[in-house]
Design a protein around this ligand. Sequence first.
Ligand code: PGA
Length: 244
Amino acid sequence: MNVIKVKDYQEMSKEACKIVVEKIKELDRPVLGFATGSTPIGLYQCLIEEYNKKNVSFQDVTTFNLDEYVGLAPDDPRSYYYFMMDQLFNHVDVPQENIHIPNGVTSDLEKECHDFEESIRKAGQIDLQILGIGPNGHIGFNEPGTKFSSRTHVVKLTESTRNANSRFFDSIEEVPTEAITMGIETILECKEIILLVSGENKAETVAQLLNGDITEDFPASALHKHNNVTVIADEAAMKYVNKD
Ligand code: PGA
């Protein structure tokens, strides 16, 4: 696992942006995996700036998102579909038909999971996946205890995750109890992975990721099984890790 230690959130976002832009330029038909949450917002702003400066085009980019809440429609401002349109896709030239985000309001969730996997396979696998990490070590919505062999599936969200995400809702009762997420094995099949982490509230999580055991109780530890993972972490997040 490569670790890039940066000063702060802004540097983390710029460093990630540089890697994404290079990947888009390097490949004819880049397939990118995106994440939601507070962490990648700075990266998306930087990508929009690069697009506006005509340094990059998303015309040939295909995208996959990690997860979506079950029960929230795409036009619900709290859905991850809405988040991605609002934070990135509406501001760049990615073709609408190239955007893949699990549909959390379909009547057949199992089929949705299967079709999502199939779309990734047809696109030729994800070239570069952006990840955040939850305080409990979750990646996507793969909560502690998720099998490393999991594919895209429906999960029951833990109380800790619902609590952490309740800041986007009026009350915790409104936070969905289930989500669709790419599985751990699906994530490990991405050719390259960038994990972004910022802030002191993630410092213990980063220490466990870098120094702890590889165990299904801490989903992000599966990333040690992958040979092309870069963690970009700021000084605050690296508080308990000795690395200059
Ligand atoms: P955050 O969420 O970026 O809002 O901290 C990360 C996650 O839960 O995966």
